[in-house]
Design a protein around this ligand. Structure first.
Ligand SMILES: [Zn+2]
Length: 250
């Protein structure tokens, strides 16, 4: 199967946090989207790899994904080596996505940082005909980055207002991570209810930069080609203004 967008995360909830709304939006438009988790998140303080896999699959279903794979690379010890590069290259060659997405290159979490570099290197090497990995050489047209622990300056912002409820549903599917503190084995940053609120605050702030209710920032290292200026939007359409007024009134 060929995918339009393939998103990589270091941990089974990364993609939902930084890129979930964008994926939901594109899947709803009919684009084929998929997620590949590099690790099973086995070093997470709460949940087991089995529980996390079930939660990740549930989230992918909510988001309308065509697939969700897990490469089973070592959590908290993610490395950029021949083995990990080959694993990512083979996924890219298998699904041949137009857009590949990974975490932002300047994140503060070591796994996110390495996942970012790994995805960018693999996306390049995948196009080398003689590189020793399974599958036919293929280089994705676009390699983009989403934000997790560190928010940089986005290259553009996706309006995810219409898809926001589903993004929250997908996040809440990761119950072992974001569930109530009382049931958690260990108190972490993410299983404090404030964590989901922080994600919402960020999405609202990023949305406010383009005058919509919720947005996700996307970072591009490369210059992109745009042949149709009509797909660009620079200011709030009246329709959105009406919706915001409706929310404020409620
Ligand atoms: Zn993570």
């Amino acid at each position: 199967m060929k995918l339009d967008i393939l998103a990589f995360g270091a941990h089974p909830d990364d993609v939902e946090i930084g890129f979930g709304g964008t994926l939901i939006k594109h899947a709803a438009k009919g684009y084929k989207c998929g997620i590949v988790d590099l690790t099973a998140g086995e070093m997470g303080s709460n949940g087991t790899p089995e529980i996390r896999r079930q939660e990740a699959l549930r989230a992918a279903e909510i988001m309308g994904m065509q697939l969700r794979d897990c490469l089973g690379l070592p959590d908290a010890r993610l490395e950029i080596n021949e083995e990990s590069k080959r694993a990512v290259i083979e996924v890219i060659r298998k699904y041949r996505p137009h857009v590949v997405v990974g975490p932002f290159h300047a994140d503060r979490h070591p796994d996110h940082l390495r996942a970012s570099q790994l995805v960018r290197e693999a996306a390049h090497l995948s196009g080398l005909r003689k590189y020793p990995a399974e599958g036919e050489a293929y280089r994705p047209a676009v390699v983009a980055q989403y934000f997790l622990a560190v928010h940089g300056e986005p290259s553009f912002i996706v309006d995810i207002s219409e898809d926001y409820e589903k993004k929250i549903d997908a996040l809440c599917a990761h119950e072992s991570q974001f569930g109530l503190r009382k049931e958690a084995d260990w108190q972490t940053l993410v299983n404090d209810p404030a964590f989901i609120r922080m994600i919402i605050s960020r999405d609202q702030f990023v949305g406010s930069l383009i005058q919509v209710l919720y947005g996700e920032g996307i970072y591009l290292e490369d210059k992109m080609i745009l042949n149709d200026l009509m797909s660009l939007r620079g200011r709030m359409p009246n329709l959105v203004m009406e919706r915001i007024k409706g929310v404020v009134r409620q």
